[in-house]
Write a protein that binds this ligand. Structure first.
Ligand code: NAP
Length: 270
């Protein structure tokens, strides 16, 4: 069977994309080849997804007919680029999609000269099909490549096209955001426990509150400030909580977190 998708780096995000792409039938397991350095991880991916696994990134690259997805840490990028340099050809090349934080289109295009490359930033809710991915296209891509990338990432959630100058900010918000939301859910549950709730119930209340609020904002397209006002009864419980959040600098903490993450993304690309 022809390999259509090559995945270089089957870690957290690589696996999130892989599992969903196979689950949705976008790729058959036999059409996928993954490269991973650790034997335990190789066995896990082979056994769990029935995909082809290899340790040689060059084999994965040359065997892949449609897409090669780079999902290694940004710190490994230059080593991978050096490894692949000898097998690159402009005659037949897969579309290269990088999900590496910070690594720019110009760095990708120096590593893959004259080849179609796309820089993408997905996020971990991709695992359950509720991700959001921002795409920006390299100079050697065409409409077919764009469509292919949209097909891959729409299998894991929403897809938006952005200009590259926004990619670090996207990384700071939606790329890193699931961690901030998870921290908030954990803290809400801790608050519930502090107020006397059993842990399991506190977790359930916290998760469903975040999920339901996000759904309400999305489906009714209302401004978050308006929803806040709807919850906040005069002289009631919510305004007492909000006053405390404002004293603790809650908004500012989140703003600064997104800015710090965007800055770190910029640094990783240097
Ligand atoms: N996690 C997220 O939420 C998220 C979201 C958007 C984008 N990203 C981006 O996705 C990339 C991967 O992040 P991650 O969180 O999935 O990291 P990760 O779990 O560490 O995954 C990277 C994988 O690549 C493997 N690897 C290391 N060197 C390799 C090599 N030379 N050839 C092939 N595979 C190699 C690693 O194996 P070892 O562990 O054995 O080194 C690991 O399994 C990063 O560039 C990150 O910026 C992540």
């Amino acid at each position: 069977m022809t390999i259509k998708l090559g995945l270089i780096g089957g870690g957290v995000m690589g696996e999130a994309l892989l599992s969903r792409l196979i689950d949705r039938g976008i790729y058959q397991p036999s059409e996928v080849m993954v490269s991973e350095p650790q034997p335990t991880r190789q066995n896990y991916l082979r056994q769990t997804y029935n995909v082809n696994v290899n340790t040689d990134n060059c084999v994965v690259f040359t065997e892949s007919r449609e897409v090669v997805l780079l999902a290694v840490k940004p710190q490994v990028f230059s080593a991978i680029a050096q490894e692949l340099a000898d097998v690159l050809t402009t005659k037949i090349s897969p579309l290269v999609i990088s999900i590496l934080a910070g690594v720019s289109l110009s760095q990708l295009e120096s590593a893959f000269p004259e080849l179609p490359v796309i820089r993408a930033m997905p996020n971990t809710p991709a695992t359950v099909g509720e991700g959001i991915t921002a795409l920006c296209l390299g100079a050697y891509t065409n409409g077919k490549h764009h469509k292919l990338a949209q097909q891959v990432f729409s299998a894991v959630g929403q897809v938006v096209d952005v200009s590259e100058m926004l990619m670090d900010a996207v990384t700071g918000l939606s790329g890193s955001g699931p961690a901030y939301v998870a921290l908030m859910v954990e803290s809400l549950a801790d608050g519930g426990v502090a107020a006397g709730l059993p842990r399991g119930l506190a977790n359930q209340l916290a998760v469903q509150t975040v999920l339901g609020t996000a759904k309400l904002l999305q489906e009714h397209k209302i401004h978050p400030g308006e929803l806040k006002d709807r919850v906040t009864s005069p002289g009631g419980t919510t305004i007492a909580g909000i006053a405390q959040l404002e004293r603790a600098g809650f908004r500012s903490a989140l703003i600064e977190a997104v800015k710090a993450s965007a800055l770190r993304s910029q640094e990783l690309g240097q």
